[in-house]
Structure formats: C-alpha cells, structure tokens
Design a protein around this ligand. Sequence first.
Ligand SMILES: Cc1ncc(COP(=O)(O)O)c(C=O)c1O
Length: 430
Amino acid sequence: MRGGRLAARHVARSEQVRGGRPAVSKQLAVRWPVIGAAERQAALGVLDSGILNGPSAPQVKGLEKEFAAFLGARFCLATNSGTAALHMALAAGGIGAGDEVITTAFSYVATPLAILYQSAVPVFVDIDQETFNIDPSLIEERITPRTRALLPVHIHGLPCDMDEINSIARRRGLLVIEDAAQAHGASYRGRPAGTLGAMAGFSLNATKNLPCGEGGLFVTNNETFLPVARRIRLHGIDAEEVPFDPTHPLDEEGEEKVTGMGWMYMPQELPAAIARAQLRRLVEFNENAAANAALLTSRLSGLPGVIPPSCPPDRTHIYHKYRVRLDPEAMGFSMPAAEMRDTVLTALRAEGVEATLWGAKPLPELELFRGLGHARGCAPRTSELLDCSLVVGSQSYPLFPQPRALMEQYADAFEKVVTNIAKRVDAVQR
Ligand SMILES: Cc1ncc(COP(=O)(O)O)c(C=O)c1O
C-alpha cells in the first residue's frame, strides 16, 4: 500500500501539496446569492406598498404566474419552503398513514421528511453511478401492495430518467412527484424539470440557483390537485375565490372557509419580490454554471483518477452542485477511498479551492431511519459515491456566479494536487 493515513494527513494539512503560492486567488470568487439593484428595488417596492403577506398579495401572485410561465406549467403556488411544497404535493396526492413512497437514497433529508409528515413510509432506492439519481431499474423490486407514489429527486440539478420512472408509475398505478428543489431550469428530452410528473416541489432557499432566502414553489398541471394544495398551504382555507383588495389584504382569510386539514406554508411578499428579480437572471446564471462546468470537465478529465460529473445527451444540467469522483488507485494510492478524498479535499482547500462534501451519508444510514426494516446497507452505490467524491464549489460559492478565470485556477489547483500528492505522501511515509 502506498501512502498511509498519517502521511496523507501530514501532507494535506501542513502546506500546499507542492508548496509555493496557492493556485487560487480568493478575490475572484463571487459570493451567492448575488443581490443587486433589482433585488433592492424589489424589496423597497414591497415596503412602500405596505403589504407584507396574504394569499393573493401581488408579489406572491406575480411570482406564481411568472414561474409557471417560465416552466410552461399551468399552475404554481408559492410556499415558505421547498419542504412545504413537497409536503403539499404528497398530501394533495392523498398519500396517508402507512403508505409507502419510493425515493432515492441520495438527497437532502427534507425529501424523506416530507413523506414522514404524512405518516407515510419512505422506501429508499440506490442510485445510478453515472447520474447520481435514483436508478429506475431498481425501483420495481421495492414496490409492494402499500406503495402509492414515486418521489424522484433531480439531484445536483440533473433530471432523472423520467420516461422510465413514469412508465413504471403508469404500469403500477403510482403517483409521481418530482423533487425539483435543485433543478430550476434543467430539462429532460426538451421538457422542464418540474413538469415531468403529476406535481413538483422547488426550493427557493438562498443556496439554490433561484434563491430568495427561504421559500418554495409547488407546481402542477392538474386542476384537481391545485385547490387541495392551496387549502393545505393555509390552515385548510382555500382563499382563492375572494378578489384581492389592497386596502384589506388579509381579510380574505376566515375560519368559516376551512374545508379540510391544512398547515401554515404561506409565502411572504419580500422573499417573493426577491425571487421574481432572481428569476429574471436564472437562465443567465444557469448558462454560466454550465460553461464553468464545461471548462472544469475539459481540464479535469485529463487528470489521472479524477472523474468529472456526466450529463446524458437528452438532458440539460444546471450544476447546482458539481461533484467530482476520485479513483484512489488511478491517482497512485491504495488507501481507503474516504481517506484519500479527505486528503485531496484538504490539499485543494490549501490551494484556495472552494470544495465541500455535501451529503456525508446515504439517507437510509441516518439515525432517523434506523427503524425502517430495509434501510441499513440498502444503498451501497450511494455510500461508494459519497466516500470517493467531493463537490467543487460550496453553498456560499457555487459555480453559477463565478468567472471563468476562477475555474481555470481551480483546474490549475487540481493539476497541482493530483500530480504531486501521491509523490509527497510517499516521501513523507518513507
Ligand atoms: C433535494 C432537496 N429537496 C428538498 C429540499 C428542501 O427545500 P427547503 O430547504 O427549501 O425546504 C432541498 C433543499 O434544501 C433539497 O436540496
């Protein structure tokens, strides 16, 4: 075995891998979200209006209309989080106690939490190693008489194989809800993520390609789900019927209109106004993310043991996250993958690269899901991916606002680290 645990740590921590100046100049990095004149003006406009909330308040309504038009969807409801939007979809779809919902082992914990909110049971399926999304070929073996829905997640901004997923759902009589929290503007076979199932939930959290602080968007083309979701969003009240009166913005709510169970998932005017301003720049930021990803991919793919993310030709990727896999053997090591990954991560950071580990464990390995019969060890491919990969960029410095020059420096840093780290670890060990 070349390289040992201590030697690797020493090399990675003590200095940059070859010494000298760090490869990356921090001044180039742009912090996310980018708040400009348009966002300031939008926020001030809300304050000047004196209307901060309300089911028919103008910024909320404007955002819903504009996002639906952006996707080419019929209906959109703004919410106070992406988790709320997913929960609304599950509740509107009639998912209830004891029902099973099949989802991916690789997502943010909000995905299975939304299932638990309905006292339903998340059933985890492992990923496809190339796309990091749920592997459709593993879904059917998890279907039982209690299965009611599929909840695929377009992880990192790359759409799932939705034709395959929808065809299983049609055959087995299941509802499909998309978790599009990371995929605003991504597309699959020419159709936008969020319009590929019966309903979808997007997140507007500050880290997302479309940020507002905290918020979400529920999307559907189905007019039966819409009023149910609207009721669920506001304490069981469907406030849609009353025309908006700006002098009495909140007076359309009333307990007498409660027609069913509901939660408090209402959006607010300030975040909605900011989201509208951000929506106008979404395509520009997504295109910049794709160009940055293309640059990184072309430079990193020549390095031994570095495997950039792939995007099948029938999809567009918005690179909410750019995940790189590392092959320790090809890099000249035979130490455990997670140790090698940590060594490379530390060395890249010492060079000034913004790099992170997003998702340390497959969801079924979390303590929360211990009680599920199938959970432990059900996602070996997700475990393997997380052990041997890291994300270039972070929540605060993702790819979408960065200049190309910074990506060149990131690629320089990778070259420096990859070409020297095995040699240095070896030398320290001897
Ligand atoms: C894949 C995924 N699903 C769901 C969510 C939940 O969204 P929110 O944080 O807006 O509730 C997030 C965001 O954090 C996410 O990344």
